[in-house]
Design a protein around this ligand. Structure first.
Ligand SMILES: Nc1ncnc2c1ncn2[C@@H]1O[C@H](COP(=O)(O)OP(=O)(O)OP(=O)(O)O)[C@@H](O)[C@H]1O
Length: 270
């Protein structure tokens, strides 16, 4: 069963009159993970935003097709997008603090999503929010529920954001540079959490990072983007061991310094 399918997707910038993403294709089935890797400005985020129906003004999907859970999203209205977003496909981005309301307790923010998206009554939504805080491995979820964003660390906030993103039981979660702002140890913990959710719930992941090591750790398939073009695409082991494109080789060489060798060994063992 295909949860997400992109076929030759082109994204056009109406102001510059140029295509910023040209011909991205991949398919995602339950429990699988696809990684999109590439330097800043290569079109990774725009691709994700197209899947979520939140392209910035002047940007349009000008070619190809995007299907979410078997449904072509071209021509979806605002209401239909709102129903789909969060419930079928959801996302976590970098800088979790900016996605949370600083003046509301984090628990209430999750409960609100549960109430709106799942139609639960106030008390049931609160219970579910505590369960979600527990599911993202935050200790003392009852205490965390009552806290405000500024009382939590970056890693804890990212867990809260993941809890919010999975609150409506989406089938696909997009993690766009979701661990980039975190220090290495916390980054590893968040990646472990995503892998656990993937395994436990069959969640499918789109993992976006400029860091090949992050993508390699979680993904089955990798797309290497450069200036909006897919320069290479294939199973993670193939990309790591037999990169064909010079740019991929460069990414691998760069990241060898940051422990990709270790990841390669792990991928090999697995
Ligand atoms: N809101 C916007 N307005 C104008 N140009 C934009 C906007 N968003 C993205 N772009 C441009 O589109 C291109 C692709 O950007 P995108 O954000 O998808 O890249 P990215 O690979 O995700 O990079 P990063 O890792 O820096 O987020 C870039 O040239 C970028 O400058």
């Amino acid at each position: 069963m295909t949860l997400l399918s992109l076929r030759d997707v082109t994204i056009h910038n109406g102001v510059s009159g140029r295509d910023v993403v040209g011909g991205v294709s991949f398919e995602l089935t339950p429990g699988k993970a696809v990684g999109i890797v590439g330097e800043s400005g290569s079109g990774k985020t725009l691709t994700c935003r197209a899947v979520l129906g939140i392209l910035p003004e002047h940007f349009t999907v000008a070619g190809g097709s995007i299907e979410v859970d078997g449904r072509d999203v071209a021509g979806l209205g605002r209401k239909e997008w709102t129903a789909l977003r969060g419930s079928t496909v959801s996302a976590v981005f970098q800088d979790p603090a900016s996605y949370l309301n600083p003046s509301l307790k984090v628990g209430n923010q999750i409960a609100e999503v549960v109430r709106v998206k799942k139609g639960l009554a106030r008390r049931a939504a609160k219970r579910r929010a505590v369960e979600l805080l527990d599911a993202v491995r935050l200790r003392d979820p009852d205490v965390i529920y009552q806290q405000y964003p500024h009382e939590l660390s970056g890693g804890m906030l990212q867990r809260v954001l993941i809890a919010t993103a999975i609150a409506a039981d989406p089938r696909v979660l997009i993690a766009d540079e979701a661990t980039t702002a975190l220090d290495v140890t916390v980054q590893a913990e968040i990646l472990d959490l995503l892998a656990e959710l993937q395994e436990r719930t069959g969640l499918a992941l789109v993992v976006v990072s400029h860091d090949l090591a992050v993508v390699a750790q979680l993904c089955d398939e990798v797309l290497v983007l450069r200036a909006g073009e897919t320069v290479e695409q294939g199973p993670v082991e193939r990309i790591l061991y037999e990169p064909r494109h010079e740019y991929t080789k460069l990414l691998i060489a760069e990241h060898a310094r940051y422990g990709l060798d270790q990841v390669r060994e792990l991928a090999h063992v697995a």
